[in-house]
Design a protein. Structure first.
Lengths: 431, 431
């Protein structure tokens, strides 16, 4: 078997066999197949596509390019949850404690923010001491003993994916749906997931900007899950406007904690309950979504979800006093309230512009390895469909630099569109 | 400007600007743009194509990636001739002396054989001492003083093309018509050509197997020539059966010399006269093809073409006694005559099978750097359309190894198809 023949086959739109895909991934991982062949292959896949069977083969080959976690001695059923990324998406931070409080152990490996989209690890690091670099053994031990883990991805999981992603980033082959789907799913499988709830975001602030793309990605990941023998559910959720009110690392953790307290913005709370219900059903803790939702609501109401979060923070070395006294979180130097410039109804809060403005403030990173400012960000008071009066507070900007504050104000005002006629609110979920 | 954005633009089927193409070729040549970006780019071009304007920009950028020969102080008009490669194609060896004898100085840089297709340099090296590694200064000096040069390509010409070709070979991006066209034309332009006669082969023994592909390549190269300010003519010629009778290095040189003597196979002589006429017209030595052809015929008849070949061989250090006494060429150990297995008409002599059989005998190379056996090959007595009687000699095999001889006989008999009904001969040229 030769790498060039596999590239030619995909170039000519023919379907690759399992053996061919395994040969290619194995060769790429161990260095026998050089980057220049892998990038030509990625471009051929980008332009000619892959069938669900090929994509599943690619997913499994990448999952098995390194260690594959076996959690069967730790939990009855390992459920994972994945969001395709967006602005203000702090769902994992609230949902994991909710479902863990309902008796379903959950361990999750999250990522860092890149581009306009935030990352769970950056957010959690707002809590001093919180470790996101657990070893595999620590992961398994904590999952068994505490029933909840939220850490970074081990370096030894799916190394082919990390190598391939770095190459795709510089060769124009990022937005290939089979490559995105296999990259997401191989990490879930390598991390030991037997069931996965996928939260695929669509809209202005998502990587999948159209509903068609989002649905294609969701369908493909569900197909991979089925072919790979993993129970998989995909939700299509809105990312035209930011999720919840807070955008920024500490601000989002505060909002997630408030939500565990029974507060928080209505849309975010609703989003979390819906995702939690799916996780509980997939994890065989609830017989249907209604029961799952009721269990999650109860975990909030009786304080057990918040208590699980406290357990999580403590187990991973974080300062638990931050959970009980949120005023301890680092505050930005400047907090400016921006008022509505006119009367009207909010017709758009452009999530991507908000996300990019938060990166410019310092909350995210333009390139890998950039430092992150945990204190800065936004709190957005209104949602699409809300009516506002001129002079009424629209949002808050938290900044550590006056010049950046001015830029952020300009960007946030441009992200908000106000119209005279009333506008229906955006749905939380599409499907 | 970033390489990845240029790749993305081509991935998305948008047209690249001159500046973008120059940036990419310059960066690739000097190593700023790594192979893995160039191969992704090549695959995007392979699958999404390039306009004639883009291909011309690519051609000129690659031509200028190294030294560009200026022959204006040496000749009035530098005419070059290029064949897209085939089996039994020794045209340059006969045509260059013909046109040089007519007073048109011609210098040509040729290539080596690869795969089933022979190479002019390998053939010429059948003459002991013949140098194919002239320096640029030697090239210019000989062109000025002798009016004829036939050597290998200088290493400093179009280095981007050499680098790109090596990459295409291992990334499945060889059969891209814009990449083939720019690779051919950039070398012609770098070698100083102001006018080019292109002999594009089509058929079973050509790289362009269908007429449509051959025409597309020819049209694109003519368009590049026009956009780059070079007079360019393209001929479409047949490569379903081998050209002439001889296939193999020394055997082809002998046939080329016989042709300069006024002998040689009718089809090869006709092919050479036609190509020579075009070269003479483009070089402004003849007012039309009829005059050009008459001039070339006269150069054969009066011995001046053969004398020019003698001058060429002597100038490049070759043993001239081989030109005058062809029995001096190395002979293979075994020469076997293969007779027709039945009565009939020849309907096919599959050029690719013949070419591959000659490589297997040792006349060509499977990969770069392999040694070549100059003595071995075939002399094919009949052409498509000829009638043969059972037992009549069909061809000769020249071999240095008995086992290979047996294999070659099998292959050559399978390449020849005999049918009962009469078959029209194949045309030499299509357009």
């Amino acid at each position: 078997m030769r790498a060039v023949d596999i590239i030619i086959k995909k170039r000519d739109k023919r379907q690759l066999t399992t053996a061919e895909i395994e040969f290619f991934v194995r060769g790429f991982t161990n260095g026998d197949i050089p980057d220049y062949q892998a990038s030509a292959f990625a471009m051929a896949v980008m332009l000619n596509g892959m069938t669900p069977t090929e994509t599943t083969d690619l997913t499994l080959a990448m999952a098995h390019s390194g260690q594959v976690l076996d959690l069967s001695d730790v939990v009855d059923i390992a459920v994972d949850k994945h969001s395709s990324g967006g602005v203000g998406d702090k769902t994992s931070i609230s949902v994991l404690p909710m479902v863990a409080a309902c008796g379903l152990p959950v361990g999750k490996m999250s990522g860092r923010g890149l581009g306009f989209s935030g990352g769970t690890l950056d957010k959690l690091e707002s809590i001093p001491g919180y470790r996101v670099d657990l070893t595999t053994d620590e992961f398994k031990k904590q999952l068994k003993e505490k029933g909840i883990v939220l850490t970074g991805q081990s370096l030894d999981l799916a190394p082919a994916d990390g190598k391939m992603y770095a190459l795709r980033d510089v060769t124009g082959t990022v937005p290939s749906i089979p490559l995105i789907a296999s990259s997401i799913m191989c990490k879930k499988i390598a991390a030991g997931a037997q069931a996965v709830v996928l939260d695929v975001k669509t809209g202005l602030g998502a990587f999948m900007q159209t509903m068609d793309e989002a649905r294609e990605l969701a369908d493909l990941m569900v197909a991979i899950g089925r072919l790979a023998g993993r129970k998989t559910v995909a939700l299509l959720s809105d990312m035209n406007q930011p999720l919840g009110a807070a955008v920024g690392n500490a601000l989002e953790v505060i909002e997630a904690i408030e939500t565990l307290h029974g507060g928080g913005p209505a849309d975010f709370r609703e989003h979390c309950l819906h995702v939690a219900a799916h996780v509980l059903v997939l994890g065989q803790c609830a017989k249907d979504l209604n029961e799952g939702r009721a269990m999650a609501e109860k975990a909030i109401a009786d304080g057990s979800a918040l208590e699980k979060f406290r357990v999580l923070v403590q187990a991973q070395g974080g300062d638990v006093s931050f959970v009980d006294d949120m005023s301890r979180f680092e505050r930005a130097k400047y907090v400016e309230v921006v008022n509505a410039p006119r009367n009207g109804f909010i017709s758009q809060i452009h999530a991507r512009i908000v996300g990019e403005a938060s990166v410019a403030l310092g909350a995210g990173r333009a390139k890998k390895g950039d430092p992150v400012d945990h204190a800065v960000g936004f709190v957005i008071h209104k949602k699409v469909g809300d009516q506002v009066q001129k002079g009424e507070p629209l949002l808050e900007i938290h900044a550590n630099d006056e010049e950046k504050l001015v830029e952020a104000r300009k960007a946030l005002l441009s992200a908000h569109q106000l119209v005279d006629e009333s506008v229906p609110p955006l749905p939380l979920f599409y499907e």
